[in-house]
Design a protein around this ligand. Structure first.
Ligand SMILES: Cc1cc2nc3c(=O)[nH]c(=O)nc-3n(C[C@H](O)[C@H](O)[C@H](O)COP(=O)(O)OP(=O)(O)OC[C@H]3O[C@@H](n4cnc5c(N)ncnc54)[C@H](O)[C@@H]3O)c2cc1C
Length: 518
């Protein structure tokens, strides 16, 4: 079927013809958890319109995946509440499903796909999702397509992962302009009239009760985005939780990793983006690394859960900068500054949002062993191995690190922020990783510990950029530096130099051992 969605973003998982006798087009929402700026939703809507069939959006949340915990569930369920509110009264049926126990959701996709004309889902390169898509393609009886809405550059625009940001930037300069006009629709459901589905069949609802029946209504609606204005009137921050938290105690997930104050969903994400544009972007180039200045966007959790799209963020920055692609200037030579033709602050932000973020997505998409020690560049492995026997000033266990019990005040503060808030300020996150590399017996242990702690606690963990950041600590995307003990030629960072470089008073007051954690 002809498509407005660029063909390069559509991957056919089941190459069957469309089942025109089906009851609906099924959008199986698994990564792009949003109703705006989403190529996969665009594809599902265009199919439903052209077939004149209803659209069923099925958003599922499993329990049996690594690091499943209240914290991550809470964010996704907040997003579900947002979707339920947004879709109320529209001609689209929404079916949110939270698996009550491991394996309970088995068969649901297959059952829904059995009555579908076609299944459209999200393409994304990491975690359990690629494996889940392959497994789904064995049981879906109709056409199934996975659509890439990960970033500005389609994942398949490159044929390999790039080894350094500089090379990728050059590639972007050459390739990205032709894709800049291909953004997804800002509001794909606006004004859309589709035939309505007469509800999801009762047999399905009985076997797989939707989340709004599984969870008590007043609790489920804690994340209702329409409450935001009331919170704002009260002077409260609508991106932060204020009501009671969901009762997730019956679910077989890790309850020790508790929800943070950050609320999930597109409403909260958009609010944060607007605040950043109003007060943050201008200071970004200079102050991003300063833990006390709050000049970074803090958007990574919502980007991770798919609650906001990189396209939407880019478009908002472009609008604020009064930018159009005609402002791109000069040769496609990989320059960090001046190519976009935006202000220095905006270019610096776009370099993180596009170059660094999509470097990681592309790498994970093309290099399936992205999470293994062996995927490090050869020079990094060689030098780390050569120094694996060097004496370490300290060696800490996973438990000591987890409980922030090291002798390093700054590191402990960063770890406390991670455990309590699910984030670490950007510069300190690099230091956090570098110290783990210095404090473990072997670089392989450092890798395992970083992956474990980052993915257990970080709201934005389990993401392509988790592996970018963690493997960057070990030399990926970087070059060799003067050789040192323990690190070899891998770039070093120390708490001593960090203390000299950054103002940390307020940060340590909050996250240090005496901090209030409030
Ligand atoms: C050890 C370590 C672990 C990391 N783990 C994660 C992780 O689990 N998830 C994650 O999203 N990022 C991770 N990063 C990268 C980076 O620290 C975060 O993306 C950034 O701090 C998020 O804060 P922000 O949203 O305010 O970013 P901003 O500075 O406002 O940047 C905007 C967006 O650009 C992207 N971005 C920014 N910096 C980087 C970077 N260095 N690499 C890739 N993308 C970037 C993010 O999507 C971010 O939201 C890690 C870095 C390190 C050193």
């Amino acid at each position: 079927m002809a498509s407005e969605v660029p063909a390069i973003r559509i991957r056919t998982f089941v190459d069957a013809s469309i089942n025109e006798a089906g009851d609906y087009v099924l959008y199986w929402m698994i990564a792009n958890r949003r109703l705006v700026w989403n190529h996969a939703l665009d594809r599902a809507v265009e199919m439903a319109r052209s077939l004149e069939k209803p659209l069923l959006i099925f958003e599922a949340l499993r329990v049996g995946y690594p690091w499943a915990a209240d914290r991550h569930h809470q964010m996704i369920i907040d997003g579900m509440a947002h979707h339920r509110a947004r879709l109320d009264g529209l001609s689209v049926t929404y079916y949110p499903y939270v698996e009550p126990e491991e394996g309970a959701g088995k068969g649901l996709l297959q059952a829904l796909a059995g009555s579908a004309c076609a299944v459209v889902t999200d393409d994304t390169p990491t975690f359990f999702i690629p494996k889940m898509l392959r497994a789904a393609s064995a049981v879906v009886p109709c056409r199934m397509e996975a659509v890439d809405s990960c970033g500005l550059l389609p994942l398949r625009a490159a044929s390999k992962g790039h080894a350094a940001a500089y090379h990728f930037r050059r590639f972007l300069h050459k390739t990205l302009p032709e894709h800049l006009g291909e953004a997804p629709r800002a509001d794909p459901l606006g004004g859309v009239q589709l035939p309505e589905l007469d509800g999801v069949p009762d047999a399905f609802l009985e076997q797989w009760p939707p989340a709004h029946e599984l969870l008590a209504d007043e609790v489920f609606w804690r994340g209702d985005p329409t409450q935001a204005s009331a919170e704002e009137q009260d002077g409260r921050d609508p991106t932060k939780a204020s009501g009671p938290l969901l009762d997730l105690s019956s679910l077989p997930i890790d309850h020790s990793v508790t929800p943070t104050a950050t609320r999930g969903g597109h409403g909260a994400a958009r609010r944060r983006l607007d605040d950043f544009l109003a007060d943050g972007l201008e200071r970004y180039a200079e102050d991003r690394n300063d833990p006390d200045s709050d000049a970074a966007s803090r958007l990574s959790p919502w980007l991770h859960y798919g609650h906001i799209s990189a396209h939407e963020v880019f478009s908002a920055v472009a609008e604020q900068e009064d930018w159009s692609p005609q402002r791109i200037s000069g040769p496609p030579d990989g320059r960090r500054k001046g190519w976009w033709g935006m202000s220095e602050a905006a270019e610096s932000f776009i370099d993180e949002l596009v170059t660094w973020r999509e470097l990681g997505y592309g790498f994970c998409y093309h290099e399936s062993d992205y999470a293994s020690y062996e995927s490090l560049p050869e020079w990094a492995r060689e030098t780390l191995e050569a120094h694996a026997g060097d004496e370490r000033e300290h060696v800490y266990s996973l438990e000591e690190l987890d409980s922030a019990s090291t002798d390093d005040e700054i590191w402990n503060a960063a770890q406390r922020q991670l455990v309590h808030d699910g984030v670490i300020q950007n510069y300190l996150r690099m230091l956090w990783g570098k110290n783990i590399l210095a404090w473990t017996e072997h670089p392989r242990d450092a890798l395992d510990i970083m992956i474990e702690l980052n993915n257990r606690y970080a709201l934005d963990g389990r993401d392509p950029n988790s592996y970018s950041g963690i493997f960057w600590v070990m030399g990926r995307f970087d070059r060799g530096w003067p050789e040192r003990e323990v690190y070899g030629k891998v770039r070093t960072m120390t708490s001593r130099s960090t203390r000299k470089k950054l103002k940390l008073d307020r940060y340590l007051e909050r996250w240090g051992a005496q901090g209030s954690l409030l």
